[in-house]
Design a protein around this ligand. Sequence first.
Ligand SMILES: [Mg+2]
Length: 233
Amino acid sequence: MSPAAGAWYHGAMLRHLLLDLDNTLYSESSGLERAVLVRMNEYVARFCGIGFEEAVALRRERMPAFGTTLEWLIAERGFSDVEGYYAYVHPAGEEEPLSPDPALGRLLDSIDLPKSVFTNAPMEHAERILARLGVADRFEAVYDIRFNGFKGKPHPEAVRRVCAACGVEPGEALFVDDYPMYVRGFIACGGKGVLIDELGRHGDCGLPRIHGLSELPGLIASDAVLASQLCLF
Ligand SMILES: [Mg+2]
């Protein structure tokens, strides 16, 4: 580690690590988030009275204009049964595809920063996942979609609310997520962001990328994040 990079890592500029949950703390290959998306599309199909394939296409078209599928349904479809939606999309036992991950715990322990989870999922989902992975005790807090009034990432209000709760300015936090839209939202607030691009889908996104969390300590120890994001402004 160069002296300059060490100053960035240990100095006042970086004081908190904010991590997304799904497909960030565990591999996409688990199929867990895919199963969540299938249930979301099933729910959309039933609520809108359309077929599954039509729901997939409709959600794919409209959801990117919002932060989440739920936010879209509320804003454009007059939807209000939030708890019914979460009960269907996140049933008990949804975490079964995952296994305890002691290596993840050791990896998180190797990063000398306070850590919190910033997710657009509800708390019950986050608690199941963190308990299953065996890393719940590595995080100071979990900031879920209810914490953000069902308007979470990438909205600047959510970014600022979560950073304030962590006791830091956005520029003092490093945020890691597998959705380019969410990473961009964090960076737009002055924060530092890194994209988890496990399958190499986003080579042209212009964001600092890693394939998995195992690369994060090395990235933090370099000045790559800082340098690449200075180029974005
Ligand atoms: Mg994710």
